[in-house]
Structure formats: structure tokens, C-alpha cells
Design a protein around this ligand. Sequence first.
Ligand SMILES: [Ca+2]
Ligand SMILES: [Ca+2]
Length: 553
Amino acid sequence: MKGLFSLLITVLSFSLASAALAQSSITCATLADVYIDQRSPDTNLNTKTRLVISMSASYGIARGLWKFDIPPGLSQSQIQSAVLHLSGSIHTGGGNAIDVCCHALNAAFGEDTATWNLLADGYYDATTCAAGSLPAGNDWEATIDVTTLLQQKLDKVRANGMLMKKQDEAVAGYQNIASRESADPEDFGAYIVITSTPETTSIAATSTMTTAVTTSTTTTAVIASTTTTPVITSTTTTTEIVSTPTTTATRGLAVCPAVADVSIDEWKPDENLNYYERIILATNHNIHHGIARGLFLFDIPEDFKETDVRRAEICLSPCHHCGGGTGGEVGFYALTAPFNETNDTWNSLQGGSWDTAAFSQAELPGGTAWNTAVNGEPPSDVKCLDVTGLVKDNLEKVRTNGIMMRFMDEAQDPPTWQSLASRESTDPLDFAPYLVIHAKLCPAETVFSDEPATLDLLRRFRDGVLSKTPEGRRWMAFYYRNADMIAGLLENSPELKRQSRTAVVRLLPYIGQLVKGKAVDHRAMRRHAEQLIGLFKKKSTMELKTALRHMLE
Ligand SMILES: [Ca+2]
Ligand SMILES: [Ca+2]
């Protein structure tokens, strides 16, 4: 949820503060990355959060591809040094220490279309290898000197991208590099830092300095006029992702624990099953001779409205000591009447009564090797089932009566079943059911909805950089007050959204450096920030102009 604005504007103030530090290095972010693999020669692997560089006797060769945001104005002769920065993929098992070669690509690749077979022979330029090494394990950062490669093949690298392969593809070995899609805070997407000389080199040092100062003056002007930037009204408070079932609500997010859960079972039609540590779901004709369904009631805050709901998911763990069933397609429905956790039975509810007007469907995993709790708490990578449709369209019934969970096809052959942990489970491998409801649009989430790593970086920028100064906090408050309006602008203009995304992506390497407490090229960062603000200026509304002007007074 980093505010585009707080982010930008604070970025600008940083830039101004240090404008005198003229530098000639630029950080070029990854615009696209993917790996290609002989093991799956026709599969595009961009869904992975890593790039595999490997040679395996059984699986063959895998190579990585990157495209970087290298400024069009830069020429080969200006390049003094170029360093590629890489991060290991922390959630993988890690690999071996390997030597690699980076080459320029002869043709452009599609990040979400490239496959081993699609890239014909000769797709990379073998004449220049920027050699380097990747460490062993998974918790590493590495740099590779790519100066010579860029000094010789800049145009190809800029236009088409770069390939990385094992130096010796006759010898087995592999390593996993984080891709730009990785959501793990330990990871970062690759980037290249290029140090360059100005085009004209008369009195380098001083003249650069002068340029810097002049530019900063211009920027001041831009900021003042930025007052006219866009946006709109509203209220939004901060939200953070929380995954523990005990927490409840902020305006943006509610984590709602189950306050009642029980299964009802045709096989034991007059027995209340709340003493079970499990919620049994079953289809007919199974080993236990009947249909079983789960009933849940979650503690959803009263002030949460249907119109606030953006996304909802139910988080469940299997009953780890029960032995898992085969799982399958399940449905979630609102109950038409409340249930009593400690009294109700199959017969007392006549199998339960649910509203078919709105429901959500999800694939329930089989077995017990998923969502394994850590001391009864959900794991950090907990996978939840999407019930957005149900909660969005039937929130009142869900809140008042609860949710029915059942297999979509209760007469399927062969039959299926599964045991979920109920809130009564004391097994430390289990956690209690809970419902997460996300609400209220956040502009950054609007733009980067499918990029959790980016959102995470922006959150760290907010918490580790912006929040540390009074000015940063002031802009954060402004951002959250106006978040709905900004998000509305973005939602209503796909073009603005796309352009904003591009502009923010260009800022990410700088933000990443600031988050790490490292120095950045402030001039370049400011240039990108100005682009972003310029976009919003064009789409400005009166309300937002007024709000911003007030901020800047
Ligand atoms: Ca990618
Ligand atoms: Ca219960």
C-alpha cells in the first residue's frame, strides 16, 4: 500500500535534499525475466518465482533470460562499469556453487511465452561471455561484472536482453535465482548498475555538479505545480497482512476466527459431533456410508459492509492426525438459518439448508501435507481458499448464520472425503479455521495486485524509510486519506494504471536500495518520480488538486 504519492513525493524530497550529490550511475531494473528448460521444453515457466540455471544428467539444461530497463540515450562508449546484482531464491532448497556466462540475446523474448523449444538455435550471441560465479545454498546475493558485455553488446542487451547459462554445460550443477515475481522479502529481482561518463567530457566534475543543481531547481518547480496532481477523497487506514486467527479488523482487512464449527454427518444422524477435533466432509457411498458437511461461523466485524469487500478467503488446515482423504471440488454457501455448534446434528438441521444464490467453489487438497501449522499457528506460506464471490454477495447471511462447506458433487463415483482441523483441535500441526476479508482499495495494490514482491518492497519502504521522518509520515497520512480517490482514478483508467505501473517499476530499484540503507542515484530516481507525477497531473481532479495544494502549503 505504499502511496504512489507519498512514495513519489518523498522520493522527490530526498532527491532535493541530496541534489548536490551528482552521480553518473544508473540502476536498471528487470523488465522481464524467465528461464527455459529442456526438462519442460514447451512450457513457459514465468509462473515460477525463480530462474533455474542448470545442467542435469536426467533433466538437461536450463538457462535464464532477463531484459533490463537500460536508458535509450546511453551509448556503449559511455559505459565505465556495469554490475549485475542477483539474489538467491530463498524458498528453494538452494543449489550448488556454479560458474556462469552472461551473453547478449540475438532476438527479443516474451516473458510469458518463451520456452526452450521456441528459442531457436543461435538465439544468443556466444562471442562475448561475461563470466561470474553463483554461490551455493539459497541465502545469497551475488554480483557479476558485465562491463565488457555491455561495452561490446549494449544494443543487443538493451533491445533483446541477456542470457545466463552454466559456463560448462557438460558438467552437472544448478542454482536458483530469484525472479522479479518472487514474493519473499529476502529476494530481489535482478538489476544492473551502470556507471557512465557524460557524453561530452570537458570539465567533467564541476559541470556535472552544476547540472545537478540546476536540475533540482527545476524539480522544485515541478513539485509546486504537482500540487495540481490528481486524486480524490476518502478514508482508509493502514492495513497489514496478518495471518493469525486471533486478530480482528482494521478497516482494510479483517481476520475473522471461527467462533463455531462442527460437521453434520448422515452416518451419525442424531449425534452432535463437536467433540471431534475435525470437520469431516464426505460424499455418499464412501467408507463411512453417508454425506458429511461442515458448518462454520466466523466472527466478522459488524461494520464490514458488502460493498467494502474486495477479496475473501477461508484458511483451513487438514486434521493432521486424522489421515487425509482425497479432497476434491468443494462449495461454500451461506446458511439460511443459524446453527448450534454443540447441539445440532444431521437430523436436527435436516442436512442443513443453504442459499444457492451465491457461492464459491474451490479445490480442497487431499492428504495432510499442506497448511501444516507451526505450534498451532498458520504457516507463513498458508494457502487459503477463495470465497470472494460468496462473501461479496451474501455477507449478511454469512455473518449471521455462517457458512456451509460441502463437496460440489456429493454423489460422485468413486467417492471422496477429507478431514479438516476444527477449532477444538489441540494438535500443534493444526490451526483453527479463519476467514480473511480484504477490503478497500489501496492504489498500490490496485496497480500491483499480482505482484506481492513489489507490494512487500513498497511496504518496507513505507515502514523502514518513509515512516522515519516527519515529512514522510505526513505524506503517508495524506496518502491513506486519499487512497480511495487515487485508486478510483487508477481503476477507471487502464491507461493511467499501465503507465503508473511502468513509472513505479522504474523507481523500484532505487526504493530497494533506500530500503537497504544504500545510496542511490538521486537524479535518475527523481527523473522517474517526475514521470509518475506527470501522469497524474494530466488526469487531475479538482478535489485532489485542492487536497494536494493544502498539503504543499
Ligand atoms: Ca518473470
Ligand atoms: Ca467446533
